[in-house]
Write a protein that binds this ligand. Structure first.
Ligand SMILES: [Zn+2]
Length: 256
C-alpha cells in the first residue's frame, strides 16, 4: 500500500502537495498566456487512489492556488475541501477519460480562440509549422454533441481519443492528456501554439506552402514520450514552473 493510500482523506501527503503545486502552476500559466476562458474549462491531475484534483467551479484560473483545488472521487464526491462547487461538464469529461485511460495522470481542456477556430475548420490541424508537425500524429477529433455533461458522452470521448493524447473537440476546444502534468502541459502548449500559427497563416490570405509529407511525418516521430529524461520533464516543465514562480509565486499557497 502506498503512503498516499494510507493517508486517508484528511491528511495531505507529500505526493498530493506536489501535485497541487504543479497543477496550480499550470492554471496560473494558462492565465498568464491568456488561454483561459473566464470560469470555464479545467485542468486536472489524478492521485494514486483514483481521485483527482480540479478547479472549483466559479474560480478564474488566476485565482487558483495549491490549496483551493478540489479533490474529487470518481463518483463525483468532493473529498477535500469537504464540499465544493463542481463543474458538471468538467467532472464528466475528466472522470470519463480517466476511466478509459489508465495511463493518464493529467488532463487539460481549453477554449482558446485559436483552438476553437481550428476545431471549427473541416481540415482541423494542418502541418503548417514544425510545431504542428510535432503533435499531429497524436491528434484525434471528437464531434460536438452539446454541453459535455452527459454520462453517455464519456463513451464517445474515450472512443474518439483512442490511444492518442490530444483531442480537438469540434466547435468547442482542445484537450491534452499525459502520464504527468509536465507531459499534458507540453502537449497542450504545443497544440495551442500550432493553432495560433495556423490561424495567422490562414488570415494572411496568401497561398500556403505545405511541407513535404515525409519530412512532416518525421518530426512527430522525433519525441520519445517514454524516456524518463524526456524534454517535457527535463526542460520544458521546470522552465514553466520557474516562470510561474517569477510571475505569480502565490500559486503555491496550500491554505484554502
Ligand atoms: Zn469545454
Amino acid at each position: 500500500m502506498t503512503s498516499l493510500q494510507q493517508s486517508g482523506t484528511n491528511a495531505m501527503d507529500q505526493i498530493e502537495r506536489g501535485l497541487r503545486r504543479e497543477l496550480a502552476a499550470a492554471y496560473r500559466l494558462v492565465a498568464l498566456l491568456g488561454w483561459d476562458d473566464h470560469v470555464a474549462t479545467h485542468l486536472s491531475a489524478r492521485l494514486q487512489d483514483g481521485s483527482f484534483l480540479i478547479v472549483p467551479f466559479g474560480l478564474m484560473f488566476a485565482e487558483v492556488t495549491a490549496g483551493n483545488l478540489l479533490r474529487v472521487a470518481m463518483d463525483g464526491t468532493v473529498i477535500s475541501p469537504v464540499e465544493g462547487p463542481l463543474n458538471a461538464a468538467g467532472f464528466n469529461i475528466h472522470a470519463g477519460l480517466y476511466e478509459a485511460r489508465a495511463d493518464a495522470a493529467s488532463i487539460m481542456h481549453l477554449h482558446t480562440h485559436d483552438g476553437v477556430a481550428v476545431s471549427a475548420l473541416k481540415d482541423g490541424l494542418l502541418p503548417l509549422s514544425q510545431t504542428s508537425m510535432l503533435v499531429l500524429p497524436d491528434v484525434a477529433y471528437h464531434s460536438f454533441e452539446g454541453i459535455a455533461d452527459r454520462v453517455q458522452e464519456r463513451e464517445s470521448l474515450a472512443r474518439d481519443i483512442g490511444d492518442k493524447n490530444l483531442l480537438i473537440l469540434r466547435n468547442h476546444g482542445t484537450l491534452a492528456m499525459g502520464a504527468t502534468i509536465a507531459d499534458a502541459f507540453y502537449r497542450l502548449y504545443t497544440l495551442e501554439w500550432s493553432c495560433i500559427t495556423q490561424m495567422r497563416a490562414l488570415a494572411g490570405g496568401r497561398e500556403l506552402q505545405m511541407p513535404d509529407p515525409a519530412a512532416a511525418a518525421s518530426v512527430g516521430n522525433a519525441l520519445d514520450w517514454t524516456h524518463p529524461d524526456r524534454f517535457s520533464v527535463r526542460a520544458f516543465w521546470p522552465a514553466m514552473l520557474r516562470k510561474a514562480e517569477r510571475a505569480c509565486p502565490d500559486f503555491d499557497d496550500l491554505s484554502n
